[in-house]
Design a protein around this ligand. Structure first.
Ligand code: SAM
Length: 316
């Protein structure tokens, strides 16, 4: 697909470049905020799986920059934003970056250290594995990322805090809902207008963190496994008996964002300059070291007739 035709077919991709966002995903977080007001009163936040950084940009623009520009905010009171990803990310004002795997306990420890004993008000996770197209497999790997996010949540989110996580809707969605419901009094699955209808992606918006009484973070996985087993926790058993008839678990599902606004599944005409031409903008910030970087270098080298891979420059 050419650059201009992508601009035509993906209005949020074009708008992201016009408004200076690194990725169209920025609109998803903004639209979730329109519906759920997730940034209200937030001083400390963690952005899991943050690269290339459009959600971190939203956090910086919504939380850090207004506080920094305010004459009444002291330096000590500036919001703390910590962003983590496997990939390196170009700097963003007011965002502390940690490069690491969120499923690794060491990464979780680094994040926790940044909070220096304080708790976060909000944890967001837009993590996605490399999608295979096999829905069951993608849904499973995605749920593992959410559980890694939940592990970090149980260590650093304050009571009453919020957790927003990307999910893939599939046959285990009800189980995931019940697992999240163990820790949050309100769980809604939301579909922002900027997320294509053709995609199985949605977002779990979890509000009011209230872990079970006496909860010990070490017991997280044991507790989650109990949900869905016949002897599971009494009030939130998603085992088959509960999913049928009058006891079926109904998951609140909400479309969000300005519903009369842009439709991500539609093509829009390109705005033309006076001379009838269209100026296509470059992406704001290409990934610094994407996983496909070496593949691109190999392809380029082969088109230049270089077949000895040792001769390939692996510059930054
Ligand atoms: N929210 C980002 C933004 O607005 O720019 C986009 C996130 S992108 C859809 C998904 C990210 O998840 C990728 O950058 C990928 O490196 C990251 N990711 C996947 N698995 C991860 C893991 N185990 N630990 C850390 N990051 C991970």
């Amino acid at each position: 697909m050419g650059k201009a035709s992508r601009d035509k077919r993906d209005i949020y991709y074009r708008k992201a470049k016009e408004e200076g966002w690194r990725a169209r995903s920025a609109f998803k977080l903004l639209q979730i905020d329109e519906e759920f007001n997730i940034f209200e009163g937030v001083k400390r936040v963690v952005d899991l799986c943050a690269a290339p950084g459009s959600w971190s940009q939203v956090l910086s623009r919504k939380l850090y920059l207004p506080a920094k520009l305010s004459p009444v905010t002291k330096d000590d009171d500036l919001p703390l934003i910590v962003a983590i990803d496997l990939q390196p990310m170009a700097p963003i004002e007011g965002v502390i970056q940690v490069q690491g795997d969120i499923t690794n306990v060491k990464t979780a420890e680094v994040v926790i250290r940044h909070f220096d004993g304080c708790k976060a008000d909000l944890v967001v996770c837009d993590g996605a594995p490399d999608v295979t197209g096999l829905h069951d497999m993608d849904e499973f790997v995605q749920s593992q990322l959410i559980l890694a996010g939940l592990t970090i949540v149980t260590h650093i989110l304050k009571e009453g805090g919020k957790f927003i996580a990307k999910i893939f809707r599939g046959k285990d969605t009800s189980l995931l809902y019940c697992q999240l419901k163990l820790f949050f009094t309100e769980v809604t699955f939301a579909k922002p207008k900027s997320s294509r209808n053709s995609s199985i992606e949605a977002f779990a918006v979890c509000e009011n963190y209230s872990p079970p009484e006496g909860f010990n973070e070490k017991d997280l996985h044991r507790l989650l496994e109990k949900v869905g087993s016949p002897s599971g926790t009494e009030d939130l058993d998603c085992s088959s008996g509960w999913l049928e008839g009058p006891n079926k678990v109904y998951i609140p599902f909400l479309a969000c964002g300005d519903l009369s606004g842009y439709d991500s599944d539609r093509s829009y005409p390109l705005p033309k300059a006076a001379d009838g031409s269209y100026q296509c903008l470059d992406p704001i910030q290409p990934p610094i070291a994407p996983p496909y970087k070496r593949a691109l270098e190999m392809k380029k080298a082969s088109s230049q007739g270089i077949h000895n891979l040792d001769k390939l420059s692996l510059g930054p």
